[in-house]
Design a protein around this ligand. Structure first.
Ligand code: KIV
Length: 276
């Protein structure tokens, strides 16, 4: 089956229609097995460019390439049948203008089966969002802390405090007016996130924002405790799988060194029993 033939039950219009109905649930995923685990529980799964930091050990998302996104997007799509798949446009793949954005968004959708793209930016990206949406590409916007801009934002700081609230509201209005079907609000004060959620007609998806947003997203490796390099305040650890995995690896290493693994039940006899 080609990537473009793949279709999940939920789409951008379903997500948009959830505003005011019930909270929208989302996590990031980068691999098929993880996507399978979340398919029944998430409304949309985001193939985030956080993959660069989480799985590839990059210091930021700036080094993530189109080829990386295509590879991880195709893997995630193989694990989904229900949840919608949204894929991030990586840094440098859309900022030059609408035509570049369309070319790369079309490639991501054609080669992965994603049902929508996400891109970072507010007012300055409105024209590009409008261009994509008018040409058949559903767009999720991402405003507030936009990690691809850490070099101009001066780091991973809270956005929208004090006099920065007005421009953030303008960003939200601009992306909604341009036709985005949802907008991620990252690391903004809770009261501002609530205000934006009131103002715009599209769902707000919070990450470090407010429980009052229309939905929430987290990086899966953060909430499972796999990514332990640092923990942003907005991350809640629902499990500590990183330490559990390290303990298992240490046990394995000790057993190999002590020649306790493999045990007889893990080895094969000369004569084949029926149970091999
Ligand atoms: O790349 C990502 O994982 C994201 C989420 C944090 C929203 O953009």
């Amino acid at each position: 089956m080609s990537a473009t033939a793949r279709k999940t039950a939920l789409n951008a219009e379903d997500i948009r229609a959830l505003k005011g109905q019930r909270p929208i649930v989302s996590l990031t995923a980068y691999t098929t097995p993880m996507a399978r685990l979340m398919d029944a529980h998430c409304d949309f799964v985001l193939v985030g460019d956080s993959v660069g930091m989480v799985l590839h050990g990059l210091p930021s998302t700036l080094g993530v390439t189109m080829d990386m996104m295509v590879m991880h997007g195709a893997a995630v799509a193989r694990g989904l049948s229900r949840a919608m798949m949204v894929i991030d446009m990586p840094f440098g793949a859309y900022e030059e203008g609408p035509a570049q954005a369309f070319r790369n968004a079309a490639r991501l959708m054609a080669e992965t089966g994603a049902a929508a793209v996400k891109l970072e930016g507010g007012v300055e990206m409105a024209e590009t969002i409008r261009f994509l949406v008018k040409r058949g590409i559903p767009v999720m916007a991402h405003i507030g802390l936009t990690p691809q801009s850490i070099n101009t934002l001066g780091g991973y700081k809270v956005q929208g405090r004090d006099e920065a609230a007005k421009p953030l509201i303008a960003d939200a209005r601009a992306v909604a007016d341009a036709g985005a079907f949802a907008v991620v609000l990252e690391k903004v004060p809770a009261s501002l996130a609530d205000q934006v959620t009131e103002i715009v007609a599209i769902p707000t998806i919070g990450i470090g924002a407010s429980a009052g947003c229309d939905g929430q997203v987290l990086v899966v490796d953060d909430m499972l405790g796999f990514f332990t390099a640092f923990k942003p305040k907005f991350v809640k650890r629902y499990a500590e799988l990183g330490p559990a995995a390290e303990e298992a690896i240490a046990d394995y290493a000790a057993e190999v060194r002590a020649r306790r693994f493999p045990a007889p039940e893990h080895t094969f006899a000369d004569l084949a029993p029926k149970t091999d």
